[in-house]
Design a protein around this ligand. Sequence first.
Ligand code: AVJ
Length: 337
Amino acid sequence: MSATYHILTQKNLHPAGQQEHDFSTDVLIGFSQMPKQLSSKYFYDDRGSQLFQEIMELPEYYLTSCEFEIISEQKEKISQDMAGEPFNLIEFGAGDGRKTKILLNNFLKKGFEFHYIPIDISEAAMKTLIKSMNMEFPELKTEGIVAEYFNGLKWLNNTAYRKNLVLFLGSNLGNFDKAHSRAFLHNLWNILNNGDSVVIGFDLKKDIDLMLKAYNDSKGVTAEFNLNLLRRINRELGGDFDLEKFRFYAGYDVFTGAIESYLVSLERQEVFIEKIGQSFVFDSWEPIHTEYSYKYLESDIEELAARTGFLIKKQLYDSKKYFVDSVWSVNKQNRRG
Ligand code: AVJ
């Protein structure tokens, strides 16, 4: 049993005063904005993580099966460059690790010496992952971190002294807008060493109906996943949301290139949230923005890599070319840090 995890608390990271926002502050800010918004990072409480697991099994949610195919069939193209030196395998948004385990298996079979460092915002998902790691890979040193992405980066800053392979699978980067994805990748570049590798999963722009169906699934799991945000406010912040009075809506914005998700108020209503000590008015048909899921062109990926200091080494596609796992390497030559 060599898999453990710890929780990165705000206090660990921001010892003196400069605490980051907590859930109630973010809800207050988000509901005071026009249009109202909530961050998708709050989807992943226990119930939300479970619902996301269900989403990944939906036939309409092609992202997971496409990436599963890529990793199963092209794992050698990722392991090729990792022979020799010991390394850290760092994963952002590890979730249940189903796709990663294929790689872990392959690495262990090749006798690679590495530590696995999964980072995930959900403690529930992390607990499950650590348990399954201890069962399936008891000899592998796994050190999980419960943290959101930017905080995970700050933590890694002190530990990334070895060669590193970073995984950012599942189109998780797609939740960030352009500015945040650039900032995240550039910060990542800063803490990594020249020649380190990064594998990023991008959902490619494709037939609009296909993309829309992945978020408007016939079983309504994605709707539940979004409504769970309101349920979480009720549970954790003493809110009195009636979930029946909101509907989920997801649309594709061809300009921004994102599937954008909303919860729309079906009538004019006032909702009191105890922990905030305030009521919020929702007009009839007023939306709350809940999530961006950005889709990419090849040229978007090339631009992102170039701007953040990476070289694209390989593009690993599924057979339908719906998704790509893009293998990048950190380029610190001829560049100012
Ligand atoms: C985990 C962020 C990649 O945006 O596709 C699934 C989350 N939201 N269905 C995505 C999600 C609605 C997912 N990511």
